[in-house]
Ligand binder design. Sequence first.
Ligand SMILES: [Zn+2]
Length: 220
Amino acid sequence: MKCPHCLESFHDFYEVIPVGNDASGDWGVISRKCPSCERVVLVLGSGKIGSIGGRHILDYIKDERLIYPRAPSRVPLSKEVPEEFATGYREACIVLADSPKASAALSRRCLQNLLRGNAKVKPSNLANEIQEVIDNGSLPPYIVESINDVRNIGNFAAHPIKSERPGEIVDVEPGEADWNLDVLEALFNFYFVQPAIIKRKREILNLKLKEVDKKGTKRG
Ligand SMILES: [Zn+2]
């Protein structure tokens, strides 16, 4: 299975902790530990509790719900992303499965904060702010297209409230909530992650150059 914490795949070995039974059958908490990140993954399931070699198993699983973590990670979020934006993004991920509407509202608000805080757009409505960042030429073409699609896929023309009050919970179009998160990830990468990687590489390069310089001086 794929670990919902770190997204690494691991060989599925689990144990079941029986927690009761009702008309749905036996209920059990399926507990797994990811060997990569060493975190526990808990799933509540109903079916038929059996046992193999003294270990409980759950057969004919009907109903499976991830209970810990609350929701699978989409991408491991880099520590370079400032907490003020990371929090909004994580909240939007957590509610995605239960309520795409709520998730899209959180991600639109996060996008607006990001554009105001980082792209320094003039505060207006979200549609205009997106237009401003597109027009000012500060973003690479692939992100321009993606961020433009936030307006298109969300059908801002028919739902102006998404632009005027981005945090408002309104109906979503299919794929909209996921798309908003994809765009946030691309923007985080562009604004925070890539610049930090290049900065670290340059620091290493400068250290190497200094070393070469010192050796050169000694030889001379
Ligand atoms: Zn893991």
